[in-house]
Write a protein that binds this ligand. Structure first.
Ligand code: PLP
Length: 220
């Protein structure tokens, strides 16, 4: 078995069945994606629009493509025809544009609202006030479906700090679910956890992990 398949199997074995695995394939060649797809991995994530589009065009159309990176409003149109889930909605402006492009393509696009949970200022995401503002208007945008929240923890060795950030995201999720979504079963995802911290994220309530380097090997 190839190293790629061995790595993937090792990750799959540690993930409980209620958690889905998004294989983050950024910077990696289409041959590797095809190999994993043939082995049964159907969901892949990218963080750049251009790379996402060219991989979509080159690979089987039954792959589910997730956009996980920061997304500029003027680039939404390129991925709107095919993207399965956008993890990185970090402004009302972006949500409105996704709604507009979804409508143009006669589809509903599922999205996650990205929350700023890390200590670092550099990470994108909404604060709680902005989150409430968007959730107050959930029914205004009929061509997007908000199915949960996403967050990235601080890059640190401090496990307690990471758990605290994941725990905060999980609490926010429960709060929004009760307050704005009235326990609608469609609002069900917490996308948190990457190669370095996904086992902890799962313990803290993640339903979707985004794993890149543990599967594909390190990036340059
Ligand atoms: C690159 C990336 C990941 C995966 O990172 P790894 O540490 O390689 O697992 C997850 N989420 C986002 C948003 C990313 O950009």
């Amino acid at each position: 078995m190839s190293t790629l398949l061995e790595n993937w199997k090792r990750v799959v074995e540690t993930i409980p069945s209620h958690v889905s695995l998004v294989a983050i394939s950024k910077t990696k060649p289409v041959e590797m994606i095809q190999e994993l797809f043939d082995a049964g991995q159907t969901v892949f994530g990218e963080n750049k629009v251009q790379e996402l589009v060219s991989k979509y065009e080159a690979l089987p159309k039954t792959i589910e493509w997730h956009m996980v990176g920061h997304l500029q409003s003027n680039k939404v149109k390129y991925i709107a025809p095919f993207v399965s889930l956008i993890h990185s909605i970090d402004s009302l402006k972006l949500l409105k544009e996704v709604n507009k492009q979804a409508k143009k393509n006669n589809r509903t696009i599922p999205v996650l609202l990205q929350m700023h949970i890390a200590e670092e200022d550099s990470k994108f995401g909404l604060d709680e006030t902005e989150l409430n503002e968007i959730c107050n208007e959930v029914n205004t945008y009929s061509s997007v479906e908000i199915i949960g929240l996403m967050g990235m923890a601080t890059f640190t060795d401090d496990e307690a700090a990471i758990r605290k950030e994941f725990g905060y995201l999980e609490k926010l999720f429960q709060k929004m679910k009760a307050l704005h979504f009235h326990d609608d079963p469609k609002f069900k995802h917490i996308s948190m956890g990457m190669s370095g911290d996904y086992p902890m994220a799962i313990e803290e309530g993640s339903t979707m992990v985004r794993v890149g380097s543990h599967i594909f090997g390190s990036r340059n």
